[in-house]
Design a protein. Sequence first.
Length: 92
Amino acid sequence: MVTAFILLNVERGHMKAVADGLLEIEGIAEVYSVAGPFDLVAIARVKEHDQLNDLVTDHLAALEGIDATETLIAFRSLAKKDLGLLWDIGVD
């Protein structure tokens, strides 16, 4: 499973339409409106990297109102119960 966090800048007046459009794309699990340098964060979960490529370059690119995106690919998932593992992967 490949998990990615897609950070989006959205044109004024297009937030709801872009968020709704994102949720219709297969592979987008969640969408959050956020404060800070980005407007929306979409969580993508797909089986293979090629599917993520198609999702970002084909499906997201087709949505009107997106100014820019930045995609972060997760290497490993950690939860509160896994915090002890942080030391094993060298995170300070």
